[in-house]
Write a protein that binds this ligand. Structure first.
Ligand code: PGA
Length: 262
């Protein structure tokens, strides 16, 4: 069963960084510090090549493993792709789907996001579905429309049982890797909209347990104020997850904010 949102959920998306030795070094450092983040669900998301070795290191710790993408077919002649059962085999529990970089550079659409979510769920991988608006959409006042349509299409045909296994990451594209962060109020506006949308579609019980993450230049010094907001349950961290110290500091700030809002 998936962790509910009783503890903050902090996931580190390493993107296309870290060779195998570098990945092992980073995750060993995280493991050493794991008593400091007992009260958070901490997930590392390395590139495919490092998954198995990272899995060996986190064995026996509370750190969980995720992958950055999958293809929806189970196996076959799909050169260059990796399937859900392969990720499961490598020890993954989570998989990010529809990251804006995948949408932007690899033509992923809400339809492929939906197929990938279904494939993940079929193999008991928890999808972390990413969505969010561009700067242009925000400036034109289209943020909520964009998020709404991504939710409607990305989750099409899924029921509340399935939704309870999906994590949603709101990542405004203009904040990813730019050093610009949404203010807590800007993020909370979208997060509360997402939760209301989940209430409307899947009922209060499913919506109130849903894990909704913020992503986009999350750092030790902005995590606390973001996580203090009612509907922000954690962070999907890119750049600041590449060093053990900053990633652990983010987890600690998240735990502090969470304890205070309980
Ligand atoms: P960032 O990346 O923290 O480097 O902005 C976040 C993400 O892309 O998930």
């Amino acid at each position: 069963m998936i962790a509910n949102n009783q503890n903050p959920f902090i996931a580190g998306n390493w993107k296309m960084f870290k060779t195998i030795p570098e990945a092992v070094e980073l995750v060993k450092a995280l493991k050493e510090k794991s008593p400091e983040f007992n009260d958070a669900e901490l997930v590392v998301i390395p590139p495919f090549t490092a998954l198995s070795e990272v899995k060996k290191v986190i064995e026996g710790s509370t750190i969980k493993l995720g992958a950055q993408n999958l293809f929806w077919e189970e196996q076959g002649a799909f050169t260059g792709e990796v399937s859900a059962p392969m990720l499961k085999d490598a020890g993954c529990q989570y998989v990010t789907i529809g990251h804006s970089e995948r949408r932007q550079y690899f033509d992923e659409t809400d339809e492929t996001v939906n197929k990938k979510i279904r494939a993940a769920l079929a193999y008991e991988l928890y999808p972390i579905m990413c969505l969010g608006e561009s700067l242009e959409e925000r400036e034109k006042g289209k943020t909520i429309d964009k998020v709404e349509s991504q939710i409607n299409s990305g989750l099409e045909g899924l029921g509340s049982e399935e939704i309870s296994k999906i994590i949603i990451a709101y990542e405004p594209i203009w904040a990813i890797g730019t050093g610009l962060t949404a203010t807590p109020a800007q993020a909370e506006e979208v997060h509360s909209f997402i939760r209301e949308k989940l209430v409307e579609k899947y009922g209060k019980k499913t919506a109130s347990c849903a894990i909704i993450l913020y992503g986009g230049s999350a750092k030790p010094d902005n995590t606390y104020s973001l996580l203090k907001e009612n509907n922000i349950n954690g962070a999907l961290v890119g750049g600041a997850s590449l060093k053990a110290d900053s990633f652990v500091q983010i987890a600690k700030e998240a735990i502090k904010a969470y304890k205070e809002k309980k």
